[in-house]
Design a protein around this ligand. Structure first.
Ligand SMILES: NC(=O)c1ccc[n+]([C@@H]2O[C@H](COP(=O)([O-])OP(=O)(O)OC[C@H]3O[C@@H](n4cnc5c(N)ncnc54)[C@H](OP(=O)(O)O)[C@@H]3O)[C@@H](O)[C@H]2O)c1
Length: 238
């Protein structure tokens, strides 16, 4: 039986990843703050799974908790760092920015780093980080979110170089969704995919051990466009 840990499994993409991976016969370790939602989820899934309550705002404690869960589960193949916060910034407020930096940058790094050290010691493994196409674009209304996702994509790319240099069979997958219908997305933006379809595409990419997954696939063209269109033009739209 394959084993996977999902960090941020209580809602949205992480929740659906748990549903679809359990159907593929994975044993899961599910992490997030809302224990009641994690327990409800495990009750619905086929098989036996682990729950570990974690608040990524406390990065040092989260590192220990992930290590403890890894020890309890033994030989984990796949770790998905999915937790994220995406707040709009109508007015600039440090507490709002800090939460995104704490979860999407500090929490993301400590979980990814712990996963990578674990796979290095084990000699193999697969780290998946959920970033966003937002990392390729700057946005005045969601500036901190965009910046944190640029960090996540860049960090994973560096981890991929490290994995390659190690010579070990360790895969690093960067997932960059456009819009997926989850509680994080308040309105109905263009090209919104259902969470079921989005997660199906993520899992297909994971199984193929892709370096990079755009969800849905058409968002890759937006990223290509963002690379060549000057900022003064992009600013008219975001
Ligand atoms: N939906 C989209 O269109 C979209 C697009 C691009 C990228 N993404 C990325 O996809 C990921 C999942 O987002 P989603 O859309 O599924 O949103 P969501 O439904 O709001 O899920 C967010 C997840 O992050 C967890 N989380 C938040 N703060 C946390 C903390 N302090 N400690 C531990 N876990 C925390 C939440 O669990 P608890 O609240 O229970 O802790 C929840 O499980 C995020 O990284 C997001 O940036 C989403």
């Amino acid at each position: 039986m394959k084993k996977a840990i999902i960090i941020g499994a209580s809602s949205g993409i992480g929740y659906e990843l748990a549903v679809q991976l359990a159907k593929l016969n994975y044993q899961l370790g599910l992490m997030a703050r809302r224990e009641n939602l994690l327990l409800e989820l495990t009750a619905k899934l086929p098989g036996e799974h682990y729950v570990e309550v974690v608040d990524l705002i406390d990065a040092e404690r989260s590192e220990v908790q992930l290590q403890e869960l890894l020890e309890k589960m033994g030989s984990v193949d796949l770790i998905i760092v999915n937790s994220g916060v995406g707040n709009k910034e109508r007015k600039l407020d440090w507490l709002v920015q800090r939460e995104m930096i704490d979860v999407n940058v500090r929490g993301f790094s400590v979980m990814s780093m712990t996963a990578m050290n674990y796979f290095g010691n084990q000699g193999s493994g697969h780290l998946v980080g959920i970033s966003s196409i937002a990392g390729h674009i700057s946005g005045g209304l969601t500036l901190t979110y965009h910046a944190t996702k640029a960090y996540a994509s860049n960090y994973l790319n560096g981890m991929r170089s490290r994995a390659a240099r190690s010579g070990l069979p360790i895969t690093i997958t960067t997932v960059e969704p456009g819009f997926i219908d989850t509680p994080m997305v308040q309105d109905t933006p263009m090209w919104m995919a259902s969470v079921e379809r989005g997660v199906e595409q993520i899992i297909t990419g994971i199984q193929a051990k892709k370096n990079h997954i755009y969800v849905t696939k058409r968002w890759r063209y937006v990223v290509w466009l963002a690379r060549i269109v000057p900022n003064w033009v992009l600013r008219k739209f975001i």
